[in-house]
Ligand binder design. Structure first.
Ligand code: SAM
Length: 496
């Protein structure tokens, strides 16, 4: 809607409010309405003249109208003075105050708008529309928490107020409260399935919380089969299983199918947890699996599971192994939520790294000149972060043998950071563009799932650090690979 369309709409609303106020039938009210008609026609002098005949009954409405005329004349100081006068008027009417707020907002005077709605809410504390309007202005003013307070109040007062549900969803989304945002958009879509704003808000939020890799992961039959084999090998009738990061509930269903007496799956993403509940029910596991919308770290033995788990399943690894916080989640659950002799799947992992040459990978990750301009400074902005990389899509070669850089035994405390360095002997001359790394995930002593480029492909592919400057490598002249890790990240670099 254009600004002038919006002004026209507000004037029409104002006319309705004035007409319904009763003063319309008085002489003063008539001149007010006539001033409004002139104003809608753009006849400012006539509007002024009609307004000058208006005598004080409806001070708030008259002052608001004077403010609108001043704004049309671009006399913003007087506009503000009149609007403030309307807000501070004795005994103002609720509808007129709300409209004074709407005009103030439309003219860009957000503080005045808030004052007007404050006063309207004093008069009618349960008016959902006043809370909605004030919430929207707080949002425009960048005060997210005040906006959430008001919009939440509006939805509690009137749950079917779609615009409030959508506006509240938007605020939650900008505050990164994505589960709450999805709930609001869904509430709006329950009322009006065609609501475009609610649908778009939901789509954007789902895109934030559900990374693209979910489908590839769920379709990764190598991964699925390896996990199911490992689960079947350890789950015995009567045992209890905890599945951290259950996602769709897939591994929890495998555990139940393998005969577990109780299975609890926890999932930190609310929309996913809700969907997992439905999936599990649809697949016939209604009374055998309980899905919790919780981070494992927030679960307690008393509240969330009946007994400590015999088997802990935690498929919460990314291409770089540690990026989903697997170390802290397993360590915490092992100590608090499991039996002392718990079987953990995965039980361990080994990470391998190797310097690689790959002109086309480096070319894709680095910039130099574009359209004749030197834009290479952009490279300095790149975070020192590995990227998930399907090496098979590039021309590349290893410059030495890969080395095992770290092993993690998930049955023990793995949280201590480590630093290592390795002397590598290049088996060829070449240019090192980065370091690739991958892992063997030992689901049990018999079953290993590998993301090595030499192993059957998985959805994880490999992880690669690319260097800002390529390094010349000479055959048989040793180079040093530095490897470190903290709780969330393995970092690798190379020195010639
Ligand atoms: C890699 S996905 C795996 C999903 C599922 N386990 C599977 O194998 O199909 C990991 C999931 O775990 C969730 N997650 C990660 N850490 C978690 C934790 N500590 N507690 C609960 N959920 C977690 C993420 O939101 C994500 O949905």
């Amino acid at each position: 809607m254009t600004a002038s369309d919006r002004l026209f709409e507000l004037l029409a609303n104002f006319e309705v409010a004035v007409s319904q106020s009763g003063v319309a039938r008085t002489a003063g009210g008539k001149s007010l309405l006539s001033a409004l008609t002139h104003l809608s026609d753009g006849a400012l002098n006539e509007a002024d003249a009609a307004l000058s005949e208006f005598e004080g009954d409806m001070v708030a409405a008259g002052s608001t109208l004077a403010g609108i005329i001043a704004n049309e004349r671009k006399d913003f100081d007087n506009c503000k003075i009149f609007l403030l006068k309307a807000i501070d008027a004795d005994d103002p009417e609720f509808d007129i105050l709300c409209l004074t707020g709407d005009f103030s907002r439309h003219f860009g005077f957000l503080e005045l708008a808030i004052k007007a709605y404050d006063r309207a809410i004093e008069i009618a504390p349960h008016a959902s529309h006043a809370h909605l309007r004030r919430g929207q202005v707080y949002s425009e003013a960048g005060d997210v928490s005040a906006a959430i307070d008001d919009l939440l109040r509006a939805t509690l007062l009137q749950p079917n107020l779609i615009s409030a549900q959508v506006a509240l969803g938007d605020e939650y989304r900008s505050a990164n409260m994505t589960d709450a945002a999805c709930k609001c958009y869904r509430a709006a879509l329950d009322i009006d399935p065609q609501n475009a704003a609610a649908q778009s808000g939901l789509d954007h939020t789902l895109a934030l919380v559900l990374p693209q890799w979910h489908s590839a992961m769920l379709n990764d039959t190598n991964r699925n089969q390896a996990f199911e084999e490992a689960i079947k090998a350890v789950v015995t009738p009567g045992c209890s299983v905890l599945d951290i990061g259950t996602g769709t509930g897939l591994l929890a269903m495998m555990a139940s199918r393998a005969g577990a007496a109780t299975v609890t799956g926890c999932e930190s993403v609310g929309v996913l947890a809700e969907t997992a509940k439905t999936i599990v029910n649809q697949n016939g596991f209604k009374n055998r699996i309980s899905i919790l919308h919780k981070r494992s770290q927030d679960m307690t033995l008393d509240e969330d599971i009946d007994e400590p788990a015999d088997v802990l399943v935690a498929e919460i690894v990314d291409a770089g192994l540690l990026g989903e916080n697997v170390l802290t989640a397993i360590d915490d659950a092992r100590r608090r939520l499991c039996k002392p002799d718990v079987t953990i799947i995965p039980a361990a992992a080994t990470v391998y790294a190797v310097p690689i040459e790959s002109e086309d990978l480096a070319h894709e990750r680095m910039v130099d000149t574009a359209s004749g301009f030197d834009i290479s400074l952009f490279n300095a902005l790149r975070p020192n972060m590995y990227l998930q990389t399907n090496l098979s899509k590039y021309q590349w070669q290893m410059l030495s043998d890969p080395v095992p850089v770290f092993s993690f035994d998930f049955t023990q405390n793995t949280l201590a950071s480590r630093e290592e360095s390795f002397r590598l002997t290049p088996h060829t001359d070449g240019v090192a563009h980065g370091v690739a790394f991958w892992f063997d995930l030992h689901l049990s002593s018999e079953i290993t799932l590998s993301t090595s480029p030499a192993a059957p492909p998985t959805h994880w592919h490999q992880a690669v650090y690319t260097f800002s400057e390529p390094m010349e490598i000479k055959q048989n002249e040793p180079v040093r690979l530095f490897a470190s890790h903290d709780e969330r990240k393995i970092t690798l670099s190379l020195e010639t």
